[in-house]
Write a protein of this length. Structure first.
Length: 390
């Protein structure tokens, strides 16, 4: 693996107990980071807990083919990212910075590995939060298909964490008519409490590891996407001015408690919320998407194949395509981050409220705007972007 970090042990290592760590002397610790899963073929798979000059502190992950505790591992062992060795040397190919969750695992001694997954999502998050914050490293929580009756609540300052299903999964309990959620309704509450330390935005993603995903059609949405019985709350606790964040959503959000907001950014303690760059794919929202605190608020960057049954009330938008907005949109500024921007092939109903020349749309969207009897509010005017001149 040409771009990965490798090193070699310089002393004999005693295999620690499962879940325990050992300080391993190595030629160089450079390039290894806390939380990374590594392979030392003579011992097995480990998580890097910390590093120091010439030292890797490695936690025994207890994979089935790891050697038994107290086994002596010879010096001169290679150490590298898991899955980076040739097939004859690698026991279980394993990506780095991943934690696995399966509520049906009954083997005990969960450590977040694919062999011993956690049984709750929050246990995986708690594990990740024991490592130093590093905003440039994405952590992945891979969730086995099922229903997880828990809230996801954590501070993601200076971290990038993605919670992704390995198939359709739900946050909450879904036993109502047509798979509707029942109480208690479970929420995602993601907060930040400091500015980013290295200019990389605090980031959070929830959705699916891979498709197919569909947000527009009812039954395929139930069968193919992440479902959240409550809502998503984005909280900025860094005062007074807030900090910029990135959130990526691919989910069906029910707002079962009928709060009126499927996504809400108003729960933080900052006097002025920092901006939230929101990316939405194959999603469906039962109620409003709300994020307008000044001077930040939600900036819809790219929205695709999604349905909004409540008002979209945000600071601005850039590109929205192949979507359905059933209850209108309110904005306070014109976006300029992504070009070309505007509404493309989107079914728009309700009232668009904004400033002059802020409704950018193609002919397809304009057709649905007129067919649905949609209205303009505030000072908003249309800009039809179809250019029929060759």
């Amino acid at each position: 693996m040409s771009n990965a970090s490798f090193t070699t042990t310089t002393t004999i290592t005693v295999q620690p107990a499962v879940g325990s760590s050992v300080a391993v002397s190595v030629v160089s610790e450079a390039g290894f980071s806390p939380g990374e899963v590594v392979l030392m073929p003579g011992g097995g798979f480990y998580a890097v807990r910390s590093t120091a000059a010439g030292i890797l502190n490695l936690e025994n992950l207890g994979y089935p083919d790891n050697v038994a505790p107290l086994t002596l591992i010879p010096l001169g062992e290679d150490v590298g990212p898991a899955g980076s060795f040739s097939p004859e040397r690698a026991v279980v190919p394993q990506l780095t910075h991943l934690r696995y969750v399966d509520k049906n695992y009954v083997g005990g001694s969960s450590n977040g590995s694919i062999a011993r997954p956690y049984t709750t999502i929050m246990a995986a998050i708690a594990d990740i939060l024991t490592y130093p914050a590093q905003a440039k490293i994405w952590w992945g929580v891979l969730v086995a298909p099922d229903q997880y009756d828990e809230d996801i609540v954590f501070d993601g300052t200076d971290r990038q964490i993605a919670i992704l299903g390995l198939g359709p999964w739900g946050l909450g309990t879904f036993t109502g008519v047509a798979g509707a959620p029942v109480a208690p309704f479970r929420n995602v509450i993601w907060s930040v409490s400091a500015d980013s330390t290295d200019s990389t935005q605090h980031s959070f993603m929830i959705g699916q590891y891979q498709g197919p995903n569909m947000g527009l059609s009812t039954h395929i949405a139930i069968q193919s996407v992440t479902r959240i019985s409550g809502n998503i709350q984005i909280r900025d606790n860094f005062g007074p001015g807030g900090t910029t964040k990135t959130v990526i959503v691919s989910a069906q959000v029910f707002d079962g408690a009928t709060t009126g907001r499927s996504i809400d950014t108003t729960g933080g303690t900052s006097v002025a919320q920092g901006g939230t760059n929101l990316w939405i794919f194959a999603s469906r929202f039962a109620s409003a998407v709300y994020g307008v605190p000044s001077p930040g608020g939600i900036q819809l960057q790219w929205v695709e194949n999604s349905r909004f049954d409540g008002l979209v009330n945000v600071r601005t938008y850039n590109r929205i395509q192949n979507c359905r907005l059933a209850a209108g949109m309110t904005i306070t500024a014109i976006g300029a981050d992504i070009q070309p921007r505007g509404f493309i092939a989107t079914n728009f109903a309700g009232t668009f409220t904004g400033i002059a020349a802020s409704l950018l749309l193609d002919g397809n969207t304009n057709y649905w705007f007129k067919t649905n009897g949609a209205l303009l509010g505030g000072a908003a005017t249309k800009v039809i972007q179809d250019d029929l001149v060759p």
